[in-house]
Ligand binder design. Sequence first.
Ligand code: ADP
Length: 542
Amino acid sequence: MLGLMQHHPLLISSLLVHAERHHGAQEVVSRRLEGDIHRTTYRELAARARRMAKAMQALGVGGGERVATLAWNGYRHLELYYAVSGMGAVLHTLNPRLHPDQVVWIADHAEDQVLCFDLTFLPLVEAVAARLKTVRHFVLMADRSHMPAATKIPNLQCYEDLIDAQDDAYEWPVFDEQRASSLCYTSGTTGNPKGVLYSHRSTVLHAFGAALPDALNCSSRDAILPVVPMFHVNAWSLPYVACMTGAKLVFPGAGLDGKSLHELFESEGVTVSAGVPTVWQGLLAYVEANGLGFSTMKRTIIGGSACPPAMIRAFQETYGVHVLHAWGMTEMSPLGTVCSFRNKHLAMSEAERLALQTKQGQAIYGVDMKIVDGNGAEIPWDGQTSGELLVKGPWIVQQYFKGDGGNPLVDGWFPTGDVATIDADGYMQITDRAKDVIKSGGEWIGSIDLENIAMAHPGVAMAACIAAPHPKWDERPLLVVMKKPNAMVTKEELLAFYEGKIAKWWLPDDVVFVDAIPLGATGKMQKNKLREQFKGHVLPTI
Ligand code: ADP
């Protein structure tokens, strides 16, 4: 017997319709590339998204065709999020931090038909336009006064002109919720990038899961500032969660430095933010150097790479901003786990709670996870034994775009490439990425632990621990350190800092100091580059 309830497909357009009808006066604030602060509401934004959907149709964009963006977080990007997916086309968010050759490769692979881009990326688009095989229309996301007088870009259109040419009399089409809505490529640290093709259903379900109290805990009382870019995994779904919950949205545009972010946090009453640890480093350094604080910020979601405990402590103890340590990946839309507290944790000491928060946390409903040994057998949840982490759920990839890489699943589970432990309460902790694990004499040393300890040293700005070849043990840990400006730290001091914090055989064999640690297009340390740089490094033999 079937249930007798209404059937409404879970479509992305329904999130915007909800925000317009039930939170129409709620604000969307953006720091614009034009230099000013722009204010709009969900009501206005929804009307402009409908006009943009009609404009895309007028450009000849059909169902399932890809419309690419090269853009910062801002209201026009949000309009495209809803206009393109809502009309039945696929929004392809390109990462402008990638090498231009990679941008061309990805746009060709995706067969993008239209490319919408911010003013910042005009030089990039001018440089690659002639090489893009499938793009028929280029759209500069600005008004007429910002259009270049002369350009090499063929068919360059003005975003505001496209909107002005349409009225907002448009009904969002209703179609199968399994249809593709957006496309995001993995950063491809090994081999070519692969496309993850989200569906309307996966996106709406993920937004439900992400908004839950034990996940990102968002409501209409929040003002959310996503620092995490809308060009990387849909800004961790915050543009969808905000419409679903009726929260205020605040977009930083290109202003990701500590000063610009802090100004916006304070002037707009931001309560929630989200980003990778490297971004928060800049913000915390600015706030500390200028003796500032946060008057409205309640919590920040930190993920994308392991959040060092020293950063959690700084946010919580010094500034009263609660940290939600989260884990996920492009293939997971991206949310998998969030480290929120249970009742029993509230009675713990500060130090115990901090240790807990170093973990990536508990699975949110919709995601199941397990850890397995080298033979694929499940490992017990004892918080000690580590193994490869596998996940499954309705917002986790089944197959990559165009079938690249074959079938990634193992018995229906997606292997994440991460190595983790899970404790008896189901709290997961990433010990490493499988390719970064240091294999010493047949045993594994997790690099994240070693990095977290180094980053707790007051003189260390950033630290990466990589495997260096060793004649007896195969590999041993080499600690690569970027000091804080003007800090005086020595190798001996750093090695002594590990005393009592780890098993003796985990102690790095050597420390090297560098001016900068290379970061990838999503703000993560590029350990493959460091391994290449230090492949000839000779470890001291004692
Ligand atoms: P890419 O895989 O292309 O680098 P993703 O953003 O999809 O880009 O990265 C996902 C990976 O980032 C995860 O598999 C994991 O290794 C790492 N990661 C994400 N969040 C965390 C976290 N909180 N702690 C440790 N590692 C994390």
